[in-house]
Design a protein around this ligand. Structure first.
Ligand code: ADP
Ligand code: MG
Length: 248
């Protein structure tokens, strides 16, 4: 689906330099529009995570700007926490709080940061649990869940904050193969419901089916991008051709 929705995130000439020499990001400019599902692929070490983490400033760029809904969040005057809250993030490892129940995991941030009442937060959490068919797990602890269940909880925990965009960094890479499908299904559902998503993944099937745009990163740069059809059927950059020949 190609959308011409309004620009949600704008990245302008972003650089991230580690140890004064390694250019993890080497001049990246990009726009993410409302309703888009942008999939980012590329070899290991190409800067995908650094790029994603720069969008909500988990990583502070060395140079360049990130605008969220038109506000320069890289500016020192901006309250980054206020904006970060509108960007849900899901990592490879689930980072659920082990000593809290599933329900507590989901309601913690809405109560603390959005000042929701416990009742309202719990009601919303139960609806989200129903969405993923895990309502009977509300009072269990993360250790009792499978990897796929934990990752689906991590996703709905982010959704409980009512984000404007969801950022995923290889959300299925740490899962046993038989659990990848249930997580991808949930992500597809979100995409079809219109959620704006930026997804780093090696799941090319997901990219082909769901992405509005696919981006290829290599050596800290965006080397090529296009619709899934253009991207997979007619790649132009030699490094992308090589990359695709290895994974497809
Ligand atoms: P990808 O997610 O595509 O595998 P990353 O964004 O994690 O790539 O990393 C890009 C480059 O930056 C790699 O060379 C990596 O080793 C380096 N890098 C990432 N994080 C750090 C860090 N905290 N300190 C030093 N180098 C880092
Ligand atoms: Mg990474």
């Amino acid at each position: 689906m190609i959308t011409d929705g309004q620009v949600l995130i704008k990245v302008e000439d972003l650089y991230k330099v580690y140890n004064n020499r390694l250019h993890a990001l080497d001049g990246v400019s990009e726009e993410i529009r409302k309703g888009e599902v942008v999939v980012i692929v590329g070899p290991s070490g190409s800067g995908k995570s650094t790029f994603l983490r720069s969008l909500n400033l988990l990583e502070m760029p060395t140079k360049g700007h990130v605008y969220f809904e038109g506000v320069d969040i890289t500016s020192k005057e901006t309250d980054i926490d206020l904006h970060r809250r509108k960007m849900g993030m899901v990592f490879q490892h689930f980072n659920l709080f082990p000593h809290k129940t599933i329900l507590e995991n989901i309601t913690l941030a809405p109560i603390k940061l959005l000042k929701k009442s416990k009742e309202e937060a719990q009601e919303n959490a139960m609806e989200l649990l129903k969405l993923v068919g895990l309502e009977e797990k509300a009072n269990t602890y993360p250790s009792r869940l499978s990897g796929g269940q934990k990752q689906r909880i991590a996703i709905i925990r982010s959704l409980a904050m009512d984000p404007e965009v969801m950022l995923f960094d290889e959300p299925t890479s740490a899962l046993d193969p038989e659990m990848v499908g249930e997580v991808l299904e949930l992500m597809k559902k979100l995409a079809h419901d219109g959620m704006t998503m930026v997804v780093v993944t090696h799941e090319m099937g997901f990219a082909k089916e769901v992405a509005s745009r696919v981006i290829f990163m290599d050596e800290g740069k965006i080397k090529e991008q296009g619709t899934p059809e253009e991207f997979f059927d007619n790649p132009k950059d030699p490094r992308l051709k090589e990359f695709l020949s290895k994974i497809l």
